[in-house]
Design a protein. Sequence first.
Length: 297
Amino acid sequence: MQALGADAAETKVSRSFLFVPADSERKLAKARDTSADALIIDLEDSVAASARPKAREIAQDFLADKGGAELWVRINPLDTEDALQDLRAVMPSGPRGIILPKPIGARESNQLAKLLDVLELEGGHSPGQTSIIPIATERPAALFKMHEYADATARLLALSWGAEDLSSAVGASANRDESGNWLPPYELARSLCLFAASAAAVVAIDTVYTDYRDLDGLATYAARARRDGFEGMLAIHPDQVAVINAAFAASAAEIERANRIVELFAANPDAGTLGLDGEMIDRPHLLQAQRILRKLT
């Protein structure tokens, strides 16, 4: 199986993904008024097990209104009974995609894709319209299987990662140091997500910044994420959205240079390397320029 698209630069992915508890009509309504590119209607961690039946009904109603941001749903882990109930509740409304928590490898994404094949057919939706983003590092065993995403389902749109469940699983008392930087085990997980996404020709989405009141710290973290190659970020509070969007927006100078690079290669289609402003540029520069311009469309 091939991941979606031969070239990640061709795939447009949102910058900001805001988690919203599916059992709160008030929070869902408030989320509509944010500038989030995508909303994640959460049926997993933010919803108590006893509240899930009602949360599914609320999610169904919310998904029926397609205006505004892209609408995603985080279901429960695929190895739980809740997962299929979640999918049967939300798939008739045709969400943009499914956020898959706690996979051990690409196998769960492939299993989910088969379920979506059936549910799309039952719901009268276009085959393949529902994408998948796994939170790929929440279980320790998953770190040894990140390479599998290179051959995952064509529904794979992006990869993200998580540190909270991972640190809990190994019994750690913290996952960041006193300065707020990731400790080495979690920096490893973050890097593996970034490299696995590139190998699968999809984009990488960085994890949440849990101190939602520290917007300056978020701005610094998001800028570093963009520098490192991530193309978006998860958010847990509406106030984080504008900061994330700004961090992942290209500057006028970046856009101007990207246009020049694309035009230069278009004018020289057989060239492997070219000169621009005294610098040698090659295909990686072209791919990065295409990524920047893709976000403008």
